[in-house]
Design a protein around this ligand. Sequence first.
Ligand code: GLU
Length: 499
Amino acid sequence: MPDSPETRVRIAPSPTGPLHIGTARTALFNYLFARRQGGTFILRLEDTDVARSSLAYEKDILDGLHWLGLTWDEGPEVAGQAARGPYAPYRQMQRLPSYAAAADRLLAADLAYRCYCTPDELDAERRRLEAAKLPPRYNGRCARLTDDERRAFEAEGRRPAIRFRVPEQEVIAFDDLIRGRVEIDASALGGDLVIVRADGNPLYHFTVVVDDAAMAISHVIRGEDHLSNTPKHILLFRALGHPEPRFGHLPLILNADRTKMSKRKTQTALAEYIEQGFVREGLVNYLALLGWSTGTEEEVLSLDELTERFDLAHVHKGGAVFDRERLEWLNGQWIRRLGVDEFVDRLQPFFEVELAGGRIDRLPTDDELRSLAPVIQERLPRLGAVGELVGFLFVDRVEVDPAQLVPKRWDRAITVDGLSAARDALARHDEVTWEADELEPPLRGLAETRGWKAGDLFMAIRVAVTGRTATPPLFDTLVALGRERTLARLDAALAALGS
Ligand code: GLU
C-alpha cells in the first residue's frame, strides 16, 4: 500500500570512515520501510568533507551494504563508477553547481547573506561568550552590511562565507514518526548558520537539504544524534520553498554501560564483524531488533520476514544497548539454518585464514567438511570460531600441556594408567568398527570396572588427542580424527607424561 505521494527514503553516509554498524542499522530501517511501503530506497554519498573522505571508505561502505543484501534502487554503483537513477549523480562532490545555485537563490531573496568575519574574529567571540558562560551563537555582525561596508571588507581581501538567516523567535515543531511531537526553539540554534564556507565549500546542513529536496525524499529516517539538526533543516526546506519531508529519529545505539556507542567500548566497523564470521542473515536479523521489535515472541527472522513485519510505530524511543551475546546467539541460529553446501562454502575461507596464520597445517576438503557439518554447525556462534573448535583435526601434531592432561580428581599415575587402558581398548577396533556408537560402550565399561568417573577418563582422552578441554562430543571427535591418528596422539600424550 504505497503512501501518497511516493515513498522515497535514503541513506546518506559520509565516506569518512569504514561502514559503521549504526549506519548499517539506519540503512536497514530505511530499506525495510521502503520495501514495506513499495517505495524507493536511495543511497547518496555525502563526500563534501574532502579532507576526511576517501575512495577506500566509499568502497567499504558500498561493499558492506551489498554484503548485507540492502540493495538500493537509486545511487552510485560501485566505488568511483557511474550512478543509476533519475536524480544522478548521487555523490555530493558531483552536485556542487546545484548547491551554488541554491545559495544564490537564498542570497537573492535575502534569506542568506555574505559574512566576512574571519576565523580569528569568530574565535574571539566564542571565547568571550564562553567566559560569560553563554552558549555559542553568531552575533550577527554581518547580517545587515551596507554595500559600502561589504566593498570595504572585499578590499581588505576578505572572502565571504554565506550565512542563512535563522529567526530569533520561533518555535520549530514537527511530528517525529518515532518520537511524536518535537518542539525546538529557534533561539537555541546558535544564530545564523554558515551554509557555504569562505573557500566555497557547501556544508552538511545545506547540502543535505538541497539534495533531499532535489531527490524528492519523502521520509528522512536517521539516528537520534541528528535530532537537533532537524529544525535547521526544516528552516532551510521552507526557505528553499520545498515541502518538508517527514522525519523519524532512530534510538541511539549504546555500549553495554549505556553510554553512547563508541569504538573504544564496542566493535563498530561492519567489516570486522564480517571478518569474525558473522553471517549476513544473523547481522541483518540482529540489527533489525536493535531498537525495533515485532511485538511478538518471534526473534529469528529473515530479511523478507522482517520486511513483512516492519513498522516504524514499533521502533523504540529509548537507547538500544548493543548486546554481543545476543548477536552471537542469533548468528548461531542462522549458521544452523544454512544448507550444508552453503555452510561449507562460507566456512572454507575461515580455514584459509587459519592456514595463513599457521594455526593449521592443511585445508580440509569439502567432503571432510560436509561430514563434519552435523557436529560443528550447531556449535559455531561465528564461522571464525571454527579454528578454535576443530583446528586440531588439521594439524600434524597437537601441542599437549602435560599438566592439562591430568584431570582434577586424578594424578599423573592414574592418568597414565587411564590413557594406556583406553588406548588398548580403542586399538581393539579396526577401521570398520571405528564409529561413535561402537567406541563409546567399551570406554564406559572400562571406567566402570576401574571405578573411575567416565567424565575424568573422557577428559584425559580429549586433551590427549585434541590438546583442548572443550571440543565437539568426544566420540564424534575420535571418528573425525580416525583410528591411526587417535592412537598416535594417545601414544604421544603418554610419552609427554614420561611413560
Ligand atoms: N552524512 C550524514 C551522516 O553520515 C547524513 C545524515 C542524514 O541522514 O541526514 O551522518
